[in-house]
Design a protein around this ligand. Structure first.
Ligand SMILES: Cc1ncc(COP(=O)(O)O)c(C=O)c1O
Length: 382
């Protein structure tokens, strides 16, 4: 069941350093123009971003931070402490249970750096969010990449089996790019199995899309993580908080584990991002409005594809993963010509599935008009 790192990279089609370079190139290519009339801004449905960005409370806090006499000219130590306090309060834990990073990307990379080695592999799904595997590849850690099960969910049995001797087990729930959710009970049982198979391994639960979940069977593992040094939960301000450009993520865990993950201390964050995150985590009402907005636009999009004859997984995120019954590349290229950006290929499903991020309802109506033309769907399904 388990794959070698080389097989994984070959399947994914891209290694750690080249993954990062490919992302940069793809981004630069989007806006290349002749220098003549600027084309209208495309619909950005390719990076799972929040189309509304941060809320008013966040913008106010940043304005204040950057005003004359504000903290921008000083190192951010005390502001990081405020952020960790605010996160701790939200979870009902103590600041010793919290660390932060320049996006959850940093948290993920530090976990790979700290808990894996050439002798302590990483176990991850294939397909899942690639950051950990890409970074493991970069530093020479073997990756055991475990194929999805038939329902396009992470195969927990196979992953637990592959965990023997591992240093880190990465579980993204809900999972990017498949949008699928594992129930709280299933994750609990999985953690127990990994603990007996690999008593030293850290189980890293990436809950980047937690705030978009509507399925009541979901449960965060944060409460377990604060008690269990072998579990840690990663979260981000890039999705429901609308702050992808401000680069703030965090981890919740046992103080011993948090100490090991905190070796960059507070120096990776900037003061504007820190005050923004502090304001955002206290603005629960905004978060709920954002989740409800996403749920409505997601429902519309899944229904549209379904009526048009294309099945999506049961998305619990701010994107959908759809079987369009044709290669994603041709679809993506045509979408792009018509002003809609959808996500890159996700091998081994790149011949059939596309990932489309959820924008505003209005954006999804415009996008599905484009999809309808490309997929040969005549009747508008809304
Ligand atoms: C599952 C998952 N984890 C982590 C990240 C990285 O997020 P951040 O912007 O916090 O680095 C992403 C980004 O898309 C993601 O999908």
């Amino acid at each position: 069941m388990s794959f070698t790192r080389r097989a994984f990279v070959k399947t994914v089609g891209i290694g750690g350093a080249s993954l990062l370079a490919a992302r940069r190139e793809a981004w630069a290519g989007l806006f290349q123009g002749s220098g003549a009339a600027r084309p209208p801004r495309p619909l950005l449905l390719h990076n799972n971003e929040n189309p509304l960005g941060p809320g008013e409370a966040v913008l106010d806090s940043v304005r204040r931070a950057l005003a004359e006499g504000g903290p921008a000219g000083r190192y951010p130590f005390e502001h990081v402490a405020h952020l960790h306090q605010a996160i701790a309060e939200k979870f009902g834990v103590s600041p010793e249970n919290v660390t932060s990073g320049c996006g959850s990307t940093q948290v993920l990379r530090v976990a790979v750096q700290t808990f894996t080695s050439p002798a302590k592999p990483l176990v991850a799904g294939q397909l899942t969010y690639e950051e950990c595997a890409g970074y493991a590849d970069l530093i020479g850690t073997p990756v055991r990449a475990i194929p999805l099960d038939r329902s396009l969910k992470l195969d927990l049995d196979a992953m637990a089996e592959a965990a023997k001797g591992a240093g880190l087990v990465f579980l993204n729930n809900p999972n990017n790019p498949t949008a699928t959710l594992l129930t709280g009970d299933a994750v609990d049982a999985f953690i127990e199995r990994v603990h007996s198979a690999a008593p030293d391994a850290l189980v890293l639960i990436d809950e980047a899309y937690h705030d978009y979940v509507t399925d009541p069977s979901h449960r965060t593992q944060a409460a377990r993580a604060v008690k269990d040094p072998r579990v840690v939960v990663a979260r981000t301000f890039s999705k429901a908080h609308g702050m992808a450009g401000m680069r703030v993520g965090y981890a919740i865990g046992h103080p011993e584990t948090i100490k090991r993950l905190d070796w960059e201390g507070s120096m990776a964050l900037n003061v504007a991002g820190i005050v923004a995150a502090t304001a955002s985590i206290q603005d629960q009402a905004r978060l709920q409005r954002e989740s409800a907005r996403n749920t409505e636009a997601r429902r519309f999009t899944i229904d549209w594809f379904s009526k048009a004859g294309f099945a999506s997984t049961d998305s619990q995120t701010n994107f959908v993963f759809v079987d369009i019954k044709r290669p994603a590349k041709a679809f993506r290229d045509t979408c792009r010509e018509q002003g809609v950006l959808v996500a890159r290929d996700f091998p081994p499903l790149e011949k059939s599935h596309v990932r489309v991020s959820i924008g505003t309802l209005d954006e999804m109506k415009r996008a599905t008009d484009v999809f309808g033309r490309i997929l040969g769907v005549t009747a508008r399904a809304a």
